[in-house]
Design a protein around this ligand. Structure first.
Ligand code: AMP
Length: 197
């Protein structure tokens, strides 16, 4: 039987997005994680998609660790009902602690902060700094153009196909978690040409 990760870090919007679909997807992911005994690590806010995923895990009896820098604790309205809220000094400390605490990562729809966090964790994987699975929960096709652009980067030979394949994509939380449970990180190195790797 595959070993399930104990904590998954979820990157997602501090806004709720248009309509109710993104919040609903966040609730569904949170509920599914708690049912599978997977704890949540996230940015520690009580608002937007971030707040929704945390509330869903807590409401389903799961554990939630929030990691928020002092400077954002007021701005993003820190969630004070979590299992643990870690207040750190900087954005860099936040992202590095979120990585250390987690055995996998999922991006839900979000804005520039979410995209930055997703690409940082992908590039850390590309460099072999971690071998953990990274999933994209593509709700209502929100990420279709981003996926299209990454495919374009592969066609134009800036990204290798195996590096693109580090990003696991699904529109359903349960299926995405299944893909993540069987993920094997690529062994080739980014800076070798395809004939060498
Ligand atoms: P957003 O997707 O822009 O709503 O932001 C989602 C999360 O990413 C929030 O917790 C933001 O604090 C965080 N964030 C915003 N900008 C950055 C950044 N430059 N680097 C890392 N995280 C960020």
């Amino acid at each position: 039987m595959e070993k399930k990760p104990h904590y998954i870090c979820v990157y997602c919007g501090s806004s709720s997005g248009k309509g109710g679909a993104y919040l609903a997807a966040a609730y569904e992911l949170g509920r599914t994680m708690a049912e599978q005994d997977i704890g949540l690590v996230y940015g520690g806010a009580s608002i937007g998609v971030m707040g929704a995923v945390a509330d869903a895990v807590l409401a389903s009896g799961g554990e939630v660790i929030g990691v928020i820098p002092e400077v954002l604790a007021r701005k993003e309205v820190a969630h004070y009902g979590l299992t643990d809220l870690k207040i750190v000094k900087s954005m860099h400390e936040r992202k590095s602690l979120m990585e250390e605490l987690s055995q996998g990562f999922i991006a839900l729809p979000g804005g520039l902060g979410t995209l930055e966090e997703l690409f940082e964790i992908l590039t850390w994987s590309q460099l072999g700094l971690h071998q953990k699975p990274i999933g994209l929960l593509n709700i209502q096709g929100y990420f279709d153009q981003l996926i299209g652009f990454i495919n374009h980067s592969v066609e134009q030979q800036f990204v290798k196909a195996e590096q693109r394949n580090m990003l696991l994509v699904d529109s359903q939380a349960e299926l995405l978690l299944e893909q993540m449970a069987t993920y094997k990180a690529p062994t080739g190195e980014k800076w070798l040409s395809s004939s060498e790797s």
